[in-house]
Design a binder for this molecule. Structure first.
Ligand code: SF4
Ligand code: SF4
Length: 473
């Protein structure tokens, strides 16, 4: 080590050595009931992540985030650019749901369902173990294996193929599988932008899963940073039972079964923790759960499986490390109804009501009259008074519509400057509307006319048009 570098007294981050260099984590896999369960969940989720772009609901994709056209389809409902309020309520509702889930179940998302954990722990690390056979935090390959360079090359080739596949799946969420399938059969030069997006995402995933790894959870992901405010004392956490485990120490030989770290010269410890360190070497974020609740803990439960295996070997009861809560650990009574688990559902109910109200009362299209500047009206040759106004119509649906316009007075003649009165899906367009009326129907120079605008699905909206005419009439 360079002697000019001041060493920190303790590790600042589990992924940093004291001199600030990277501490590479190579967590040892700990088999157990929870790992089996997580594996089932992970493979199920990988199948879901892959298949969702193919799923259709009512002829629409289940999920399609069309950023270019600013249209987001979720569970068969399409949010258009004109639905920003609906989308905002939906987004806030999703956020509060995450808060509620975290208040009850802690970081269950991180450990069980986050794509970062799922792919890292159940795809990339198994491949790494297959090629390198590494064990333990910062450990070297289990044995000096032959053909190290070849193994390295194969491992990264497999990573690259998986990342390329994942990048294409990722793109399918934004463009749809049909478009993607069309693109992949064409030359990259035909569609350079999507090709570059896939290339960029592939490289970003390679960087993440090969280099950045657990640092994404520890220093980059905001969810982990918010843990301290999202959890309360009764939220589910992975915790070490200090009262049972301490004082920790090596187990007596007679109490162990083939634990390599055991030391027969040490008296049996009063606590159940035999200080074997397996909960640390198995941790994918490199922390020691015996130091208490830490922001780096993603609740992956690997330390539970590791410790249960050790407890079984030394003949002590399981669950020295287990799912618990800060309140339970402090000997307090578990409380289901806390302020936040009451407040969050109340907010969620209010948001759901607002969402439904907006959805039910959603206009199929909007129409606004905008008066032209300058001359308020024109007297035509046949003594008709002509007003020209602009009519801005916005289609709030995801299909085209043809429109008709009808005045509530028979003596008003309407005409459009445009050849058609049509709108594409979610299009907003300005039409120029002429309204001709005889000059003797104006009162004090004004005449109010109601206009009914109707589309080809018989959906209507009404606007008021203030016509201006000669004062002397
Ligand atoms: S402390 Fe345990 S639950 Fe938390 S990240 Fe490490 S192994 Fe997973
Ligand atoms: S795995 Fe269990 S026994 Fe071993 S050090 Fe961790 S808490 Fe102690």
């Amino acid at each position: 080590m360079n002697s000019t570098i001041l060493e920190a007294e303790e590790h600042v981050l589990s992924t940093l050595e004291k001199d600030g260099s990277r501490r590479w984590l190579r967590p040892k896999l700990s088999h157990g009931r929870l790992l089996t369960l997580r594996r089932v969940v992970a493979y199920f989720l990988i199948a879901v992540f892959t298949l969702v772009p193919f799923v259709q609901i009512n002829g629409k994709p289940a999920v399609l985030l069309d950023i270019v056209r600013r249209k987001f389809t979720l569970l068969g409902y399409t949010f258009l650019p004109t639905d920003s309020l609906l989308l905002a309520v939906f987004a806030v509702g999703s956020l509060i749901s995450i808060f509620l889930l975290t208040a009850f179940f802690g970081r269950v998302w991180c450990g069980w369902a986050c794509p970062q954990t799922v792919y890292m722990e159940f795809v990339f690390r198994p491949i790494e173990r297959l090629f390198d056979g590494t064990i333990g935090r910062g450990g070297q390959p289990k044995s000096a294996r032959s053909n190290a360079a070849l193994r390295w090359g194969f491992r990264y080739a497999v990573y690259a193929v998986i990342c390329f596949y994942l990048a294409n799946t990722f793109l399918a969420y934004f463009v749809g599988v049909d478009t993607l399938w069309q693109w992949v059969r064409q030359s990259p030069l035909t569609n350079p932008v999507p090709f570059l997006v896939v290339a960029f995402v592939t490289v970003a995933m390679m960087f993440d899963f090969c280099f950045f790894r657990e640092q994404l959870c520890i220093i980059a992901c905001p969810y982990g940073r918010f843990q301290s405010v999202l959890l309360d004392r009764n939220s589910l956490i992975v915790a070490y039972d200090k009262h049972r485990g301490e004082p920790r120490g090596k187990a007596a030989k007679s109490r162990s079964v083939a634990l390599p770290v055991l030391d027969s010269t040490v008296d049996p410890p009063a606590g159940d923790c035999v200080d074997c360190g397996l909960c640390v070497t198995t941790c994918p974020t490199g922390i020691d759960i015996r130091n208490g609740l830490q922001m780096e803990c993603i609740n992956c439960t690997q330390c539970i499986d590791a410790c249960n295996t050790v407890m079984a070997k030394v003949g002590r009861p399981p669950n020295l490390i287990r799912y618990s809560s800060q309140a339970t650990d402090a000997g307090e009574k578990f409380s289901l109804f806390r302020p936040r688990v009451v407040v969050y559902p109340v907010i969620l109910t209010a948001l759901a009501s607002v969402f439904l109200f907006l959805l039910i009362n959603k206009n199929y299209f909007d129409a606004v009259i905008i008066r032209e500047r300058g001359n308020p009206y024109t007297r035509m040759e046949n003594d008709l008074i002509r007003n020209v106004v602009r009519l801005k119509v916005t289609n709030r649906q995801d299909h085209p519509m043809s429109l008709t316009i009808t005045p509530d007075r028979e003596d008003v003649l309407l005409g459009l400057a445009e050849p058609d009165f049509k709108l594409e899906a979610s299009e907003s367009r300005v039409f120029h509307l002429r309204a001709d009326v005889a000059d003797d129907v104006f009162k004090k120079g004004r005449l109010e006319v109601g206009l009914t605008i109707e589309n080809d699905r018989k959906q209507k909206t009404k606007v008021r048009l203030q016509l201006l005419g000669p004062l002397g009439s």
